[in-house]
Design a protein around this ligand. Structure first.
Ligand code: ZN
Ligand code: ZN
Length: 345
């Protein structure tokens, strides 16, 4: 089967591999339909690592996919051959302290699709996943929407962790890539709060406005605090960082009001931030860390079913043979790209 593997920095090649086989009674063989290119794939592509997670080449990336069930193990009941499925790329052990306390996403033995040292990615024609990772969406979603469930879960979970009532809140989002836009769409589905988006790229600000951001500013050309305080002199209740940039953390700290909350969804490529602790302490800002998602797949499927327009993030489609081009484009923010999809069939 066609399989895409990273073979070096900024190099991705198509190789031939045997189709995987079912190993356990709970396994499901899936023919991959379409795969979204994620910012984390791009970190591995461009830098060969995210923080301490380092790629050993060759390595297969990709974790945002939908597919059609081809074969099921003897004990599988959740799905059947022919079903369209959204896939949760996170495989947990089910028996560790984290799993037993309802935190499978921080499972001690968590294995994630397309994550170095864990599982090979889904940029290939067939994958095998345990049935608990498969969510049947035959009637509810199309294959593109099904593949976008995964990035949307990160938005759903970030908003859930913000743990607020979302009535008359003033909210900021730094970064209007797929994750920032996911947070935005989930917020808009909750209530009509006032949302400020901070994003340097014009076309992404435009998309944020189309998807409901009340204000969209360029935080490089304008001063985030100045522009925010002109509109909201009391500043913001809640800020999501979806950029992973130090400057966004600095700006976020400034635009939050005392008692505000900063939700850290973005991934800093070097794994570290510095905080202005004087301001953080004086304002008594709460920081919330987000680790992927927990129990948000079904909720996200429901949100898409109810009309969250996730597919509006998709700007490009590529054939598997053109994956190198797709990755280059996303890595270089070319041609107005937001979400690129690799379509296998
Ligand atoms: Zn992702
Ligand atoms: Zn576990």
């Amino acid at each position: 089967m066609k399989t895409l593997v990273l073979t070096g920095i900024r190099k991705i090649e198509m190789i031939d591999k045997p189709v995987p086989v079912l190993k356990n009674a709970t396994d499901v063989l899936i023919r991959v339909k379409t795969v979204g290119v994620c910012g984390s794939d791009i970190h591995y592509f461009a830098a060969g690592k995210i923080g301490t997670q380092v790629v050993q080449f060759p390595f297969a990336v990709g974790h945002e996919c939908s597919g059609i069930v081809v074969e099921t193990g003897s004990s599988v009941t959740r799905v059947k051959p022919g079903d369209l499925v959204a896939i949760d790329p996170s495989v947990h052990c089910g028996v560790c302290d984290q799993c037993l306390t309802g935190r499978p996403h921080t499972c001690r033995k968590n294995m994630f699709l397309g994550c170095p040292g864990q599982l090979d990615g889904c940029l290939c024609e067939y994958i095998v996943m345990p049935e608990f990772c498969c969510f049947e969406v035959n009637e509810s979603l199309n294959p593109i929407q099904a593949a976008l469930v995964e990035p949307l879960t990160i938005g759903t979970y970030s908003v859930e962790l913000a743990n607020t009532n979302f009535q008359d809140k003033t909210i900021g989002i730094f970064g209007a890539g797929p994750i920032g836009l996911s947070v935005l769409m989930v917020l808009k589905s909750k209530a009509d709060n006032t949302i400020f988006c901070f994003e340097p790229l014009d076309y992404r600000r435009k998309k944020a406005s189309e998807l409901g951001a009340n204000y969209a500013f360029n935080p490089i050309e304008t001063d985030a605090l100045e522009t925010t305080s002109e509109i909201e002199p009391l500043l913001l209740d809640l800020v999501f960082d979806c950029s992973g940039e130090q400057k966004a953390i600095d700006d976020a700290t400034k635009v939050l009001k005392p008692g505000g909350k900063l939700v850290l969804t973005g991934i800093p490529p070097e794994g570290k931030y510095t905080f202005d602790m004087d301001m953080m302490r004086r304002k008594e800002i709460t920081i919330v860390n987000v680790r992927r998602q927990n129990h948000c797949v079904e909720k996200s499927i429901g949100l898409i079913k109810n009309g969250i327009p996730v597919e509006q993030m998709v700007t490009h489609h590529f054939k598997p043979e053109a994956t190198q081009q797709a990755f280059e484009m996303v890595a270089n923010y070319q041609d107005g790209v937001i979400k690129a999809m690799i379509d296998f069939f």
